[in-house]
Design a protein around this ligand. Structure first.
Ligand code: ADP
Length: 165
């Protein structure tokens, strides 16, 4: 059984993330999408809220399971008997950080491969940061995040009142 883990902060989830999840779900028997903690980022949504939103937008994918973890990713992957870690790749900047991450993970467990997937052309430029910025400056995010989450994401970003920092 080919099992993959797709980790990220998903804060908030974008169509780019969903694109990668759908591709992974076609390639693997089972995909664990895992909300992990990024110590460098100030979170918009709590891990539990992100888990809830990911569950909602992946409910059409039978072989996708959403979880959260505060463990080291490789330890989590070992527990789930995953052979592969999936990451999304948009550009050279991603490539650089993914190379570092992959080497680090391979050093811990050389049996777990990292596979990088490209999103569709439409999602190549999308990032959670650009979505946040778009809301703060009055732009429309409806093309960039799953439809059912548009209002929830807008509301949270507006509540945070980033313009008055
Ligand atoms: P992290 O904070 O660990 O980078 P993110 O939530 O930002 O986590 O992203 C999780 C994964 O999704 C990463 O591999 C990232 O490169 C990928 N990703 C983010 N946005 C996109 C996108 N628009 N298209 C494809 N992959 C993406």
């Amino acid at each position: 059984m080919k099992i993959a883990v797709y980790p990220g902060s998903f804060d908030p989830i974008s169509n780019g993330h969903l694109d990668i999840i759908e591709r992974a779900s076609r390639l693997f028997d089972k995909v664990y999408v895992v909300v992990s903690i990024n110590i460098l980022k100030q979170p918009l949504f709590t891990p539990t809220e992100r888990l809830e939103m990911l569950k909602e937008v992946t409910k059409h994918l039978d072989n996708v399971v959403v979880e959260e973890t505060s463990e080291l990713l490789i330890r989590y992957a070992e527990k789930r008997k995953a052979n592969v870690i999936i990451r999304g790749l948009r550009n050279f900047i991603d490539y650089q950080s993914e190379m570092t991450l992959f080497q680090f993970n391979r050093k811990i467990n050389s049996n777990i491969e990292t596979i990088l997937l490209f999103p569709s052309q439409d999602n190549l430029f999308l990032s959670s940061t650009s979505i946040k910025e778009l809301v703060v400056f009055g732009g429309d995010i409806s093309e960039y995040v799953p439809k059912q989450l548009v209002e929830r994401i807008k509301k949270r970003i507006e509540e945070k009142n980033f313009r008055n920092l």
